[in-house]
Design a protein around this ligand. Structure first.
Ligand code: FES
Length: 56
């Protein structure tokens, strides 16, 4: 599913980015652009990030 509509980023892309080392929100913002425009995706992206980090 799409998490960030502004940059067309899916939950799968976020999980993959975390697995590849983007474990902080600033990493995800830099690599995928999440939460760098309207910001509405920030909470959902951060939740997915936390879950993916815990699964590492
Ligand atoms: Fe992610 Fe707008 S939905 S920045």
């Amino acid at each position: 599913m799409y998490v960030c509509l502004c940059h067309a980023v899916t939950d799968k892309q976020i999980r993959e980015a975390v697995h590849n080392g983007a474990t902080r929100m600033c990493d995800l913002s830099r690599e995928l652009g999440v939460a760098t425009d309207c910001g509405k995706c920030a909470c959902m992206a951060n939740q997915l990030r936390k879950e993916a980090v815990q699964a590492l």
